[in-house]
Design a protein around this ligand. Structure first.
Ligand SMILES: Cc1ncc(COP(=O)(O)O)c(C=O)c1O
Length: 446
């Protein structure tokens, strides 16, 4: 049955992993006064339960230093601007990137949304790469909330778009048929090209062209620090050409939640208004900002420099996979040359590949061996390295992949169920409540 707009509004059969018994799909029991008593189910990425979870760097848990800082955080009502921990985090982020101001928001999607609300007026247009998160993965928030369109650019396998084509993508404001271009947005690192970092020279050129048309440049830097570490550039150098940068605390930096929006004081003021518009004004949120302050710190508890370790682990994984019969190039932007997987494509923390097998069966085999990877776009598989995944974990993952390839040897991609190859069977669907895998020995406790 195809998913329709109407059917997509209905919840999946499981209410939510925390509100139902994940194995039976039963809705919660009711306790005193009819209130539901929720069953707590151990999730696969809980440290200590044996899973190596490479579905995303979003599965990371806060470090002990973060947890301590969260416990001890000084708090205030942030809607009044009174939370000293949030204020300190915002100052730190602005300073780190060499901009005037910064704003703490709930998520990367909200960071992009309030950035667009700040830069754009209703009816304007953004120029952005066709595969990027703003275009593909934010429920068309640009249209629904901001009231704008996106001119989608063809992208190259290094995550860039052709600069001549960019020059031609700006609208003619004198023509009443056309929207007025109000923003250029790039994604750094660029997810679909296997997390490639965009060079400073390229970012400068994009900014130059945008500015020549009187338009600002926004960088969706969900993994901005992965790019900075991979390129050996400071965050200030990286941020310099951009008018605004959104970066995530809750990915490679391992915070439990949060993103930052960074730019000029005027830009951040408008983003701050936008944040309230979308319900993102938070109160004693220093408990969360405290983790961000640790992550962005210079000392041994800081999480930026250690991203280099994730990049080495991704390369180690890619090299091991490339040597296996049955593992192939992912094709497309991730690796345009077909045939064997090229480990040289893994330059940050993403490894994307294809199996000459039934993908679902392969992923299930991995799961039964305590390894979680995720179905990614266009029939590929993605592995993301992050805090808590060691080189020896990578070796265990490789061992599990070898075994899973062996077990699924006769199962061709043709046998893959339509549900597994549909666009919905991507990283995002695989993390939806109904799809979260049940751990082998669930700990059911109250
Ligand atoms: C490039 C990019 N931008 C934005 C986001 C959105 O972040 P969040 O999941 O925190 O909304 C993501 C999330 O994966 C991303 O990969």
């Amino acid at each position: 049955m195809p998913t329709t707009w109407e059917s997509a509004q209905r919840p999946p059969p499981l209410v939510a992993p925390w509100a139902a018994d994940g194995r039976t799909g039963r809705t919660p029991r009711t306790g005193a006064f009819g209130a539901p008593t929720y069953t707590r189910r151990t999730m696969p990425n809980n440290p200590g339960n044996g899973f190596i979870d490479l579905r995303s760097d979003t599965v990371t848990h806060p470090s002990p230093a973060m947890r301590r800082a969260m416990y001890e955080a000084e708090l205030g009502d942030d809607v009044f601007g009174d939370d000293p921990t949030v204020n300190a985090l915002q100052e730190r982020a602005a300073d780190l990137l060499g901009k005037e101001a910064a704003l703490f928001v709930a998520s990367g999607s909200m960071a992009n949304l309030v950035s667009q609300l700040s830069h754009l007026g209703r009816g304007q247009e953004t120029i952005a790469g066709a595969s990027t998160h703003i275009v593909e993965d934010e429920q068309a928030g640009h249209a629904v909330v901001v009231g704008t369109s996106i001119k989608q650019m063809h992208e190259n396998p290094d995550g860039t778009f052709d600069l001549d084509e960019l020059g031609e993508a700006f609208r003619d404001p004198a023509d009443p048929h056309q929207p007025i271009t109000g923003l250029v947005a790039i994604e750094n690192t660029h997810a679909h090209s296997m997390g490639r970092p965009l060079s400073l020279a390229y970012t400068r050129e994009v900014a130059r062209i945008a500015h020549a048309h009187g338009v600002p440049l926004h960088v969706d830097g969900a993994r901005f620090f992965n790019a900075s570490v991979a390129l050996g550039l400071t965050p200030r150098q990286m941020a310099d050409p951009a008018d605004s940068i959104a970066f995530c605390l809750s990915k490679g930096l391992s915070c439990p939640i949060g993103s930052m929006v960074v730019g000029s004081r005027d830009f951040v003021h408008r983003a701050w208004r936008g944040r309230k518009l979308v319900g993102g004004g938070m109160r004693q949120v220093g408990v969360l900002a405290a983790a961000g302050l640790v992550a962005l710190g210079d000392g041994p508890d800081g999480m930026i420099e250690r991203l280099a370790e994730d990049h080495l682990n991704a390369r180690r994984l890619a090299e091991g996979l490339a040597a296996m019969d049955g593992i192939e190039s992912p094709g497309g932007l991730a690796q345009p040359t077909l045939g064997t997987l090229d480990p040289g494509r893994a330059v940050t923390n993403f490894v994307i590949f294809r199996v000459r097998r039934d993908r679902t069966a392969f992923l299930d085999e991995l799961r039964s061996r305590g390894v979680l990877l995720v179905a990614y776009d266009h029939g590929t598989i993605r592995a993301v390295t992050h805090y808590g995944v060691t080189a020896s974990d990578v070796d265990r993952v490789l061992e599990a992949c070898r075994a899973a390839l062996h077990e699924t040897a006769g199962r061709t991609p043709a046998a893959t169920s339509p549900a597994a190859t549909s666009p919905a069977a991507t990283s995002h669907a695989a993390t939806s409540p109904a799809a979260i895998p049940t751990p082998p020995t669930p700990t059911l406790e109250r």
